[in-house]
Design a protein around this ligand. Structure first.
Ligand code: PLP
Length: 429
């Protein structure tokens, strides 16, 4: 019998038969990975459910308050649930945190005082963070302008250079930051084991140094989170993994109580902290998204593996490798020229449920130094736990693929992008 899924891919979406066959064959390379992904998903699902039950989540918690936002029980329970899931003393989770960058900027500016040193121990951070710190972009309001000292310890063989980090500690070193995910770099995400090793070594030398992790794209990819292995504070975005595709906006910060309190004071005002601030009716979707997140992340990881398998077979360099332990949902493919990145992203856009009729263009996005092309036809704008791909327009022309709320959608995205590259003669099967 004719395979109806293949049929609709070719007839409705115009994918060439040979492309469908190539992608179907590539799926065989990832079959053996699915069992472990399923185990991680299951564990995280139960972790989230148990937190919801522990705080006795109830239907009236989805109501919200007005004005100052005093006594928003749902808001408080969201934060309790986050702190249980991430195994921390406290959490700040708000829809008014505009993005992951905002959550990280709040954390850094809440904890660092003039004269304190911040060291990024995973090399240069994600593009937008460089503008927060002040090593790129305009100087106004950056950490450096505020008198914070800054330095970086580059990775060594794509791992944290623990000896180098220990040597870099100065009397005024207040904080060290770790970026778990690939970001727009060419290295794989750091595993929880690698983070644990670094944290243990640093704490042995000086237990007072605050260790922060940028956990963007890392949530629920593994059994443990950085805060399970001694990290003091961690931040991320709700329109990535933990929002499960449903959170409308927002960011989270989880960690030690006294640290989260300081950050909360920065986010509202000293003295007000976590007690004020509205949720604007978002509590339900924030929590339903968190409930779905372990499952959605597993789908996205399977999608990333399919991209890896396809482009590996075509001879491209991929990060991470098929057999690398995954610690984020990103799959980077080194496409080596501008045209391929364009066609790749165009295909992802064409596969979207929303805005599939538009063509993405590289543009000067706020917070980024190079032009960036972003393909995203999400139900939530800019949500990159939904099927999306992007690439900064710079050598060596990586495309970064991420998200996909369902594996089948990921597969359509893979078929569409490969078809574009194939038709333009940019790849040979
Ligand atoms: C996405 C991301 C951020 C934050 O980006 P926003 O678009 O501001 O949410 C920070 N660090 C890394 C590694 C990221 O992937």
């Amino acid at each position: 019998m004719e395979n109806l899924a293949t049929d609709i891919l070719s007839k409705r979406f115009g994918i060439e038969k040979e492309i469908i066959e190539f992608v179907n064959d590539s799926e065989k390379l990832i079959l053996d990975k699915k069992e472990e992904i399923g185990k991680i998903r299951q564990y995280n699902q139960y972790k989230v459910l148990s937190a919801m039950q522990e705080v006795r989540l109830t239907s009236t918690d989805f109501n919200w308050t007005t004005g100052y936002g005093y006594g928003d029980i749902g808001r408080d329970k969201v934060e309790e649930i986050y702190s249980l899931v991430f195994n921390t003393e406290d959490a700040l989770v708000r829809p008014t945190i505009a993005s992951g960058t905002h959550a990280l900027a709040l954390t850094l500016s809440g904890l660092l005082l003039p004269g304190d040193e911040l060291i990024y121990i995973t090399g240069s951070p994600y593009d937008t963070l460089q503008q927060v710190i002040g090593t790129k972009g305009r100087p106004e309001g950056t950490l450096i302008e505020l008198g914070v000292k800054y330095s970086e310890v580059p990775l060594k063989d794509n791992k944290i250079d623990i000896e180098g980090v220990i040597r870099a500690i100065k009397p005024n070193t207040k904080m060290m930051a770790i970026q778990r995910s690939t970001g727009y770099s060419d290295r794989r995400a750091l595993t929880i084991e690698e983070i644990e090793k670094a944290v243990t070594a640093i704490k042995k030398v000086n237990k007072d140094i605050i260790i922060m992790v940028d956990n963007c794209y890392g949530e629920f990819v593994d059994y443990r989170e950085p805060t399970d292995v001694g990290v003091d504070i961690m931040a991320g975005s709700l329109i990535k993994n933990p929002g499960g595709g449903l959170a409308l906006s927002g960011g989270y910060i989880v960690g030690k109580k006294e640290l989260v309190e300081r950050v909360a004071n920065r986010s509202t005002a000293p003295g007000l902290g976590k007690d004020t601030g509205l949720t604007f009716g978002t509590t339900r979707t924030t929590l339903q998204g968190l409930f779905l997140a372990p499952h959605i992340v597993a789908e996205a990881v399977k999608g990333a593996l399919l991209v890896a398998a396809v482009y590996k077979r075509l001879g491209f360099e991929i990060v991470p490798e098929l057999d690398d332990k995954r610690s984020d949902i990103i799959q980077a493919v080194k496409l080596l020229n501008r045209e391929r990145v364009y066609e790749f992203c165009k295909g992802i856009q064409e596969a979207s449920a929303v805005d599939s009729q538009f063509t993405p263009e590289a543009w000067d996005m706020p917070g980024y130094e190079d032009k960036v092309i972003m393909a995203a036809g999400g139900f939530i704008e800019g949500s990159s736990i939904e099927l999306s791909a992007d690439g900064p327009m710079r050598e060596p022309f990586f495309a970064y693929y991420q998200g996909g709320l369902t594996y089948d959608h990921c597969k359509l995205g893979v078929c569409k992008s490969l078809s574009n590259l194939y038709v333009k003669g940019l790849v040979q099967l």
